[in-house]
Design a protein. Sequence first.
Length: 586
Amino acid sequence: MSILSAVSVAALLLSCGGSDETDSTSQLSELDGLTEAEINSAPIDYGSGRGGVSGWPKAGRAQRLGLAQGGQSIAPANGGAEAYLKGAFGPAFEWPLIPLHQALLPDGRILSYGTDLLGKQGAALHYAVWDPSLGGSSDAFMVLDNVTQTDLFCSTQLLIPATGELIMLGGDRLDAYGRRNNGNGDVTFFSFLSNSIRKDPTPMASRRWYATAVTTGDGEVVVMGGRDDAPLKVKNGWPAQSPTYAPTPEVYSPEAGWRALGNAANNAAYGATSSTWNYPRAWLAPDGHLFVLARTGKTFHLDQASAGSLTQYAAKTVSSSALPSVMYAPGKILSLRTGPIAVVFDINGAAPTITATAAPSQLRTYGNATLLPDGKVFVNGGSSTANTEAGAAYHSEIWNPQTGTWTTGAIAAKPRLYHSASILLPDGSVLTGGGGAPGPVTNLNAELYFPGYLFNPDGSGEFAARPAIMTAPSGQLGWAEDFSVEVSPESSVSRVTLVRTGSVTHAFNGEQRLLEMPFVQEGSTLHLQMPSDRSLAPPGYYLLFVFDASGVPATAPILRLYAEPPGSARPVGQIANLRNSSRPGG
């Protein structure tokens, strides 16, 4: 087998997954004997050059990180005549590693992790924390070594509402023969207050690689799915290895620790059947339980109380080939499926309903879907030919829930394929980055997408003047609690939305959700009330977007929705409002 064909197989099977329907042991066995260098042989793109063209720069990484020195712009100088309709991408800028795991921290920074500083799987992992206000320079990044010795490649992560720490669950593990793509049971925390990483002494009961985590209305974390041991046949007389999986969900509580949902164990939802273990899609539903959407298209109701229970719904759609889904409104989910087709799940009733909506322009395997603060869904990246550039989608598109239609968006410079990720930032732009390990390109770079609402509607391509939030609560707010914010005096507010901060990996950002915020404006003061329903607005961190009369949003402060348990002395900590950025569009 040539290195090129081996990497092609690796792109589809070795790194984080099998096929969409079954584990392909015969194909995986072809990778036996390949070196790490062969698996990670894709050329590196640090931000200059386009995927598919030879000659990616191999040198010039200044100091240890090699990031551009000075204040590299990450916004377009001019978005073009159609920017107000399609948005615009800024120039690609260097990233210290492949940001295949991304989370928006409570202070507005982005934590990313997943590979080493050359974009390789399984080497010495690092963590890169990015401050968006500092642009694309090396000063914008804090790179931390992995001191836990846990390989977090293809783990799952989200913010703990009670503490603001990022919990990272599972990841990769070498087996006794030195083979990768096996699960671990480690529980790792990152503190944004101290920029420190620690491993919890109590692991999960199951080892999980490619699992999914969901926050509940009580602030607990449900983790489901994942693989334990990889299905590999080995050479040189070593014994064959049968795959094992983690079909039993577990629940983590900061106060009570772990418990298993033994009565909710299931293969069809998130176990060994048809690759359902592979990042199952799941959301907190309006009834307070979890809605699970398997890759096969089957749907389930997961009750996380006590030892749990699982019920399969009659509703079913077509399978999904590593495609994104996003909850764009309370109890409503846009899901891209194989075809390509798109459907909308409504999970507000006793049983989910499925309605067809317009199809996207092409299949976007390994693409990403990001909920925007105006309620539309931005989709970028992916390919019609899995993890190859032959069918890579450089153009983005935007789905409008009011019309059920798609419009073509701006064109990116980089292919965002396997191990890419996209996440909403407080200024209303979207960070898109990564791809590789393995892949046709190792993308150690990122681009920002600036949606159309940030541009003047006159066709000038210039950024619009933005309203500003002058003051906002810096502590925590409770459910149904009244609060106020001060906006710039000239602002006439037309809309306010509350968007949960994102945590994304492998084409899935299950934490995102949007709620409309009723308001009363008195001069420069907006009077608002936090949502009252924990199932619609679970505890955690939210971006508050205020739109002016022209539909332009102010940079959002990050609010904490949480209520301390009676008698609790847990320190809350000040959650800093993200300062208004001085860069264009900020």
